[in-house]
Ligand binder design. Structure first.
Ligand code: 0OW
Length: 320
C-alpha cells in the first residue's frame, strides 16, 4: 500500500509541475481531480504515509491562530527607483564609472507579495513574507497551497529562493465577481488580493485563491554554481521552479530602455500585473563589487511605470 501511495504522490506532484510551472498539462483536470481524491482517501486510511510533500497539502486544511515571526537568513532587500530615461542613464553611468563594462538582465517587476521559500535537502520546509526585510511572517501552510511551489526538488539541495507570489488577473476578476455576488467588499487590485489570500489563517481559503509565483533569486548562489543572474534563473528553472520567461539579457542601457518602452505599452497583454521593470547587473561578482546601500543593492534598479489613470465611464456615454 505504501508503494501505491508514494507513486500517486509523485505522479500528482509531476502533474502539478507540468500544469502550473511548465503551463503544459499532460492530463485533463478531471483525471487530475480523480487521482487527487483517490490519494486523499488512501491517506485518510493510512495517515502514516501522509507527508508535507504530498500533493494533498495543496487543498489546505491547517488553521493557525496567528503567524509566527521568521528571521530571514539574509535580508530581503528593496529596490531603488527610476522614473524616466534620465534616471536609467544615471544608474548606468554610476555602474560603469564604478566597474566598467557590464551586461544587464531585465526582468518584469511582478506586482505581488515578496516571499522566501526555504528548502532543506530538497524539501520545502518553510515559507515567509518579506516583512520589513529582516523579519517576516511564517506562511508556510498557505504557500504549500500554491501549485507552482515545488514541494520537493529534483536535487537534495538546501537554500532559500526568493520570488513574488501573485494572483493572475483572471483569478482576480473571478474572485471579485464572487465577492460582489455575496455583497462583500471587493479587493482593490490583484496585489492586495494576493496579500490578503496569503494572510489567511485558514489555508483552505488560500487554496481557493488560485495564486501563483515567479522566483527570481536564490540567497546562497554558491550552492548552485551560478556566476550570473541569467544563469541563476536558468538553474531555478532546472530545479523545478517557475520563473518569468519575459526576461532579457542585454549589453547596453539603450537596450534596457527599448525593453522598458516595449513593456510600458504591452503590459496589458500579460495575465498578471507588473508595476515596472527590474534591471540587474548580470555578473554576480560585479554585483558584489558594487555592493549595497542600507536597504537596497547598488547593482539593481526598479523602473516604475507611471500610475495607470482610471479611464472614466464618460467614453461609453459619448459612444452610445
Ligand atoms: N517584483 C519583482 O518582480 C522582483 C524582481 N523581479 N527581482 C527582484 O530582485 C530583488 C533582488 C535584490 C533586490 C530586489 N525583486 C523583485 O521584487 C522585490 C521584492 C521586494 C522589493 C521588490 O519589489
Amino acid at each position: 500500500m505504501e508503494e501505491k501511495i508514494r507513486s500517486l504522490q509523485e505522479r500528482l506532484n509531476r502533474y502539478n509541475y507540468e500544469y502550473h510551472v511548465l503551463d503544459a498539462p499532460t492530463i485533463p483536470d478531471s483525471e487530475y481531480d480523480k487521482l487527487l481524491h483517490e490519494l486523499i482517501e488512501l491517506e485518510e486510511q493510512h495517515p502514516e504515509f501522509r507527508t508535507a510533500s504530498s500533493p494533498t497539502v495543496r487543498v489546505g486544511g491547517e488553521v493557525l491562530d496567528r503567524f509566527e515571526k521568521v528571521a530571514h537568513d539574509t535580508p530581503m532587500l528593496s529596490l531603488g527607483n527610476a522614473f524616466n530615461e534620465e534616471d536609467l542613464r544615471a544608474f548606468d553611468k554610476r555602474v560603469r564609472d564604478s566597474v566598467g563594462d557590464v551586461e544587464y538582465v531585465c526582468e518584469l517587476k511582478i506586482d505581488g507579495l515578496a516571499v522566501s521559500l526555504k528548502y532543506v535537502d530538497g524539501v520545502f520546509v518553510q515559507g515567509a513574507t518579506r516583512g520589513d526585510g529582516t523579519i517576516g511572517e511564517d506562511i508556510t501552510s498557505n504557500l504549500r497551497t500554491i501549485k507552482a511551489v515545488p514541494l520537493t526538488l529534483k536535487e537534495p539541495m538546501s537554500f532559500e529562493a526568493r520570488g513574488e507570489a501573485y494572483m493572475p488577473k483572471r483569478s482576480f476578476q473571478r474572485l471579485n465577481e464572487a465577492k460582489e455576488a455575496r455583497g462583500e467588499a471587493l479587493f482593490q487590485n490583484p496585489r492586495n488580493a494576493a496579500a490578503g489570500s496569503l494572510r489567511q489563517l485558514d489555508s483552505k481559503l488560500a487554496a481557493e485563491r488560485n495564486l501563483s509565483i515567479f522566483l527570481y533569486s536564490v540567497n546562497d548562489l554558491a550552492q548552485i554554481e551560478a556566476t550570473t543572474q541569467a544563469e541563476a534563473l536558468d538553474i531555478l528553472d532546472d530545479l523545478g521552479f517557475k520563473t518569468n520567461k519575459e526576461r532579457r539579457l542585454v549589453a547596453s542601457i539603450d537596450e534596457v530602455i527599448e525593453y522598458v518602452e516595449y513593456w510600458t505599452t504591452h503590459r496589458a497583454d500579460l495575465d498578471y500585473d507588473i508595476d515596472g521593470i527590474v534591471i540587474k547587473v548580470n555578473d554576480l561578482e560585479t554585483q558584489e563589487q558594487l555592493g549595497y546601500t542600507v536597504k537596497s543593492p547598488r547593482w539593481a534598479v526598479a523602473f516604475k511605470f507611471p500610475a495607470e489613470e482610471v479611464v472614466t465611464e464618460v467614453l461609453d456615454i459619448e459612444l452610445t
